[in-house]
Write a protein that binds this ligand. Structure first.
Ligand code: NAP
Length: 248
């Protein structure tokens, strides 16, 4: 028994690929969606078709009451929470700083930073030895934008991933003796809906030639890295942020 893997934003893209991978590895997967229930149910069906166990839950990760309710619901599953993948994320669109609206800045931090912090806190309260837990793993899905800066496109988004990296590094040390490993993955350009839903469907094709490996990454390639971080093979890895970026 591997226990429960909670994957936020598991209805599409990197989260869906990660949920599917973890389901095939024997985790009981709880995946969340914000708007697209049908897509989330399709991921659940794919996991079940592969012989795994999964459930979909609605969650606006920016809402503390919704985060608390979700973690309470996990308590009804007769398995421990052993893995949190803090994947849900938004960009709040392309915008130079000079045109950025306060509402964009507020929302991108509420979802990407406050949401991830609240989920991490609730996971620590359940996994930590000092809370009676059995230990576990937290994986934060960051972005290469945190280091590259997002200039001309989305500094606001890049800054949220910088904050997430601070969470990874700080929390890893804080809970290292509580049986919890905390790491990040930093995807580069990954071929998901994210680019089109932000109004630039051509972004992946346009940028791919500039990637050192000459192509965008696949969501499954990020999922493979998350699965490795979660595995016993990464048992001495904590506080790391692994680029999955084709050299970008
Ligand atoms: P995506 O295809 O746009 O999927 C985003 C996911 O987050 C969806 O499952 C969505 O649910 C969920 N979500 C959106 N708002 C939410 C909210 N308020 N509360 C909870 N869940 C919410 O994105 P992706 O490309 O797979 O990206 C996944 C993660 O990787 C994000 O953190 C992103 O920043 C990061 N990343 C992506 C890339 C890339 O090139 N794609 C690169 C670097 C980092 P619904 O389906 O219900 O809307």
């Amino acid at each position: 028994m591997r226990g429960i893997a909670l994957v936020t934003g598991g209805s599409r893209g990197i989260g869906a690929a990660t949920a599917l991978k973890l389901g095939t590895l024997g985790y009981t997967v709880v995946l969340t969606y914000a708007h697209d229930r049908l897509a989330a149910e399709q991921v659940v069906s794919a996991i079940e078709a592969a012989g795994g166990k999964a459930q979909a839950r609605s969650l606006d990760i920016a809402s503390e009451p919704q985060v608390l309710a979700l973690f309470d619901e996990l308590g009804a599953i007769p398995e421990p929470l052993t893995l949190l993948v803090n994947n849900a994320g938004v960009t709040e669109g392309f915008s130079k700083l000079e045109a950025l609206r306060f509402e964009q800045l507020q929302r991108v931090f509420q979802v990407n930073v406050f949401g991830a912090f609240m989920c991490a806190r609730e996971a620590v309260r359940r996994m930590g030895y000092s809370h009676g837990g059995q230990g576990g793993v937290i994986v934060n899905v960051s972005s290469r934008a945190a280091e590259l800066g997002g200039s001309g496109e989305w500094i606001h988004y890049a800054a949220t991933k910088g904050a997430l990296d601070s969470l990874t590094r700080g929390l890893a040390k804080e809970v290292a003796r509580d049986g919890i490993r905390v790491n990040g993955v930093a995807p580069g350009l990954i071929d998901t809906d994210l680019h089109a839903t932000n109004g630039k469907p051509e972004r992946v094709a346009d940028m791919a030639p500039g990637i050192p490996m000459g192509r965008a990454g696949l969501p499954e390639e990020v999922a493979d890295c998350v699965a490795w971080i979660a595995s016993a093979g990464a048992g001495y890895v904590t506080g790391a942020i692994v680029p999955v970026s084709g050299g970008r």
